[in-house]
Design a protein around this ligand. Structure first.
Ligand SMILES: Cc1cc2nc3c(=O)[nH]c(=O)nc-3n(C[C@H](O)[C@H](O)[C@H](O)COP(=O)(O)OP(=O)(O)OC[C@H]3O[C@@H](n4cnc5c(N)ncnc54)[C@H](O)[C@@H]3O)c2cc1C
Ligand SMILES: N[C@@H](Cc1c[nH]c2cc(Cl)ccc12)C(=O)O
Length: 516
């Protein structure tokens, strides 16, 4: 029976994989995880999708179990600042799009929105975020969104089976290194063998399949299925098996980042419960509030900015609090492995692929890959159809997310530096130009976005198009003949609900302080 899993790498990807498969298969699977004591993990993946709650639920973990251990906070949206022009901001929130008479509320908004802020008019979340509030009351109850907690749990195991049915109102922000530590304990307690050692050599048999890995001090480790979680090094997949890497550099030029961890008195500062992406001359800066510190970093293209200039800009942006923080400079490999499962080796995490962290998709890719591997877990027959299903699904998710990210740059109105001007003329992925033409006439829907599951619903595309401001959009002609009364009532209902919630919800900081 095929049941010996060897995971190389102990970053977020390695430990999420180990803990998930222990939760899935218990003692029927034998898992060894080997991680280097010398090569560190990237450790800056801090913001997630809302779907990650399914991962924690699968492990049987509640928020109160893991959140305090990881200094975690809630993320209600991505806040984009200065992408349209300096001083402008908008939110991409975790909130389902309402529709009126079969048209999305944003379409009605294009026709006669109450204000010039589509996000505050069409969603409740933006005002809650501006007020620094928690989506849960101090007693733990969730705000009454068109989402019933627990109700979507029976719909299926994988994220793709949940999409479009409901929208959970928040995701998380946490210290990735602390999550890896938490999951190490979880995994080891459930029987995962943990080896700290350097893998020096990957051994292939005569067919080119991996027979084992040779470590510096623990000899050879053998197994049936090998999971490459070695980060950008991709030691098994790219180095040993020489699987080609498909670069996205021609469409997404940001290839570098510099990160700082800045200790802060969050009680005094307050928590804006979202991830902020602030556009800069040659990229953008993320700001992620955690309990006890903020995580921040400048993502940029080396062709336009030197690492020294990026660090200087980032330190100026953060201010005096950054003075003692050590800068972590990172080169990012943007793109994906041509295939992520080859022979008996599966790459998960940065070794499989990565796009810049603009929509916090790194951990989502890992979660998705794990779910797909569980669904297509092989037996001794190594049915190639399973590998194909898996590889197609990984490629679709990554290519779809790439397209969504490219849209951010094409749609951003800003054109004040060469970096932003070039963003309008750079090559874009096949199919996107045609889709953008369609969206100029009709806002994105399931029929007109990237045609495979990639984690992002059509309303996410609407938010980016409406917020970035560089592409002219028109309301559907049919709305000119339709009675706007219902839409106006919906806008008024959103205003009422926003008022009620902002008067009753606790501050985000107070909610987490009570949990800790
Ligand atoms: C700048 C930046 C910002 C990011 N922000 C986000 C975000 O906000 N949200 C999000 O979801 N994702 C984000 N990500 C992605 C996220 O960081 C990664 O997806 C996540 O950390 C997974 O990394 P990993 O485990 O694949 O690799 P790594 O963290 O690099 O881990 C690699 C592991 O392999 C081990 N290893 C390497 N070589 C050997 C060897 N020879 N022998 C033994 N072990 C070895 C290392 O010791 C380490 O344990 C970001 C990434 C970057 C670069
Ligand atoms: N399935 C994802 C998609 C998603 C829906 N809304 C948002 C908002 C943001 Cl900021 C990122 C991602 C998403 C999820 O529910 O997380």
């Amino acid at each position: 029976m095929l049941n010996r899993l060897v995971i190389v790498g102990g970053g977020t990807a390695g430990w999420m994989t180990a803990s998930y498969f222990k939760a899935a298969f218990g003692d029927r699977i034998d898992i060894t995880l080997v991680e280097s004591g010398n090569v560190g993990a990237v450790g800056v993946g801090e913001a997630t999708f809302s779907d990650i709650r399914h991962f924690f639920e699968f492990l049987g973990l509640k928020e109160k179990d893991w959140m305090p251990a990881c200094n975690a906070t809630y993320k209600l949206a991505v806040r984009f600042e200065n992408w349209r022009e300096k001083g402008h901001s908008f939110y991409h929130p975790f909130e389902q799009m309402r529709s009126v008479n079969g048209f999305p509320l944003t379409d009605w908004w294009l026709r006669e929105g109450p204000t010039d802020r589509f996000d505050r008019d069409c969603f409740v979340m933006p005002s809650i975020i501006d007020a620094g509030l928690s989506p849960r009351n101090l007693d733990g109850t969730l705000i009454d969104q068109p989402f019933v907690e627990g109700a979507d749990e029976m719909q299926g195991l994988t994220m793709s089976e949940h999409q479009g049915k409901t929208q959970f109102p928040y995701a998380y922000q946490f210290e990735a290194a602390l999550l890896a530590k938490y999951l190490t304990k979880y995994s080891v307690e459930r029987g995962v063998t943990h080896i700290t050692d350097d893998v020096q050599k990957v051994n292939l048999d005569e067919r080119g399949w991996i027979s084992g890995v040779t470590t510096a001090e623990h000899g050879d480790i053998t197994g049936d299925l090998f999971v490459d979680c070695t980060g950008f090094r991709a030691l098994l997949m790219n180095k040993a098996l020489e699987v080609p890497f498909v670069s996205y550099a021609d469409t997404l030029p940001n290839d570098s980042a510099v990160a700082l961890q800045v200790p802060q008195d969050m009680k005094a500062r307050g928590i804006l419960p979202c991830t902020t992406a602030t556009a800069q001359d040659a990229g953008w800066i993320w700001t992620i509030p955690l309990m006890g510190r903020i995580g921040t970093g400048y993502v940029y293209a080396k062709d336009y900015l030197s690492p020294e200039e990026a660090e200087r800009t980032l330190r100026e942006f953060v201010g005096p609090a950054a003075a003692d923080a050590e800068a972590n400079h990172i080169r990012m490999r943007i793109g994906r492995s041509e295939n992520s499962w080859v022979n008996n080796c599966v790459a998960i995490g940065l070794s499989s692929g990565f796009v810049e962290p603009l929509e916090s998709t790194g951990i989502f890719f890992i979660h998705h890959a794990i779910e797909q591997l569980a669904k297509n877990f092989p037996d001794d027959s190594w049915n190639p159809v399973q590998r194909k299903l898996y590889n197609d699904s990984i490629a679709h998710v990554m290519d779809g997310v790439r397209e969504f990210l490219v849209l951010h740059y094409v749609a951003a109105k800003r054109d004040d530096t060469q970096y932003w001007r070039d963003a309008k003329t750079r090559r874009i992925p096949d199919g996107l130009a045609e889709r953008i033409e369609t969206w100029k006439t009709q806002l994105p829907d399931t029929e007109t976005v990237f045609p495979y599951y990639h984690g992002l619903p059509p309303y996410s595309y609407m938010c980016i198009l409406l917020g970035m401001g560089g592409i002219e959009l028109k309301p559907s002609p049919a709305l000119a003949l339709s009675d706007p009364g219902l839409a106006q009532r919906e806008f008024a209902a959103i205003r009422d609900k926003t008022r009620r919630l902002t008067e009753t919800l606790p501050k985000a900081y107070d909610y987490f302080a009570a949990q800790h």
